[in-house]
Ligand binder design. Structure first.
Ligand code: ADP
Length: 256
């Protein structure tokens, strides 16, 4: 598969914080590419740079071997944080406003509402939506203009299990229709379920990248039991060699 996005040597400092340290990898066309890492590992900064909202201190990235341009921006749907929809307006009206702001036509509003399974609720006020529905409307907004690439930052964050399943199914559906999807996640489980490829980040550094099966098969797994996942996740950052914590068969696994 040819690469749709090539990232070369991206480096970013916020003052003295080294948020990204010489990160390079390629995103194959048609992949669901997970950027996996604990909070603070640089995922949002990376997505911010390739969507042109954050300026890198060094390095470059290309789309289909060309530098990013205004034309390419139209090929990319972005959801970095939940957009500011108007609570008292309907889903449809909110998308009309988003389309106008983005300079994209209104023709495909019904199409994107159907795609995210909100067409039946298009006249309902945004304020009546569940968190999962709000997130699906945000993805609908990112889909306006039918972009080839979709960039999502932690798309299931804060959702209940039903909402999480709906978003994951939606991502799988969009991928089956040929879109390349780049998504940040701090959940190994999510990346395993949804993604074809993964880049693992830790403290601004890229640890490894490639096909999910290969990357995860190559991990050196140490089983631990009788520990609390949430507690372990909070100490992941203090262990320099630890990449991820995973729950399997009632045990926790540490990935080095
Ligand atoms: P992630 O998305 O993996 O949680 P981020 O890219 O948000 O990681 O953050 C990487 C590091 O950069 C963190 O230490 C974070 O505190 C810092 N950081 C991110 N954005 C800013 C900012 N606007 N100003 C200062 N520091 C920032």
């Amino acid at each position: 598969m040819p690469s749709i996005v090539t990232i070369s040597g991206l480096t970013k400092f916020y003052g003295t914080i080294h948020a990204l340290d010489n990160v390079s990898f390629e995103v194959p066309q048609g992949s669901v590419f997970g950027i996996l890492g604990p909070n603070g590992s640089g995922k949002t900064t990376l997505l911010g740079i390739i969507t042109d909202v954050v300026k890198a201190n060094a390095g470059s990235f290309t789309f289909l071997d060309l530098p990013f341009s205004a034309d390419m921006r139209k090929q990319v749907g972005v959801l970095l944080e939940t957009p500011n929809f108007y609570h008292y307006l309907s889903a449809e009206r909110n998308l009309q406003i988003t389309a106008a702001i983005k300079g994209r036509g209104e023709n495909d509003i019904d199409t994107v509402l159907k795609k995210v399974n909100l067409y039946e609720r298009k006249s309902s006020k945004f304020s009546t939506f569940s968190l999962g529905m709000k997130q699906r409307l945000a993805i609908a907004a990112a889909l306006l203009g039918n972009p080839n690439v979709l960039i999502l930052d932690e798309p299931t964050n804060g959702l209940d299990p039903v909402g999480i399943a709906e978003i994951r199914n939606l991502i799988t559906l969009l991928a089956s229709e040929g879109k390349t999807i780049i998504m940040a996640s701090h959940l190994l489980d999510e990346v395993e379920k949804v993604c074809t490829h993964v880049a693992i980040m830790k403290k601004g550094k890229l640890l490894t990248a490639g096909h999910v099966d290969e990357v995860l098969a190559n991990e050196d797994i140490v089983e631990v039991s009788a520990a609390d996942l949430a507690q372990l996740e909070t100490i992941v950052n203090t262990l320099p060699e630890l990449k991820q914590v995973k729950r399997q068969n009632g045990n926790l696994q540490l990935f080095y």
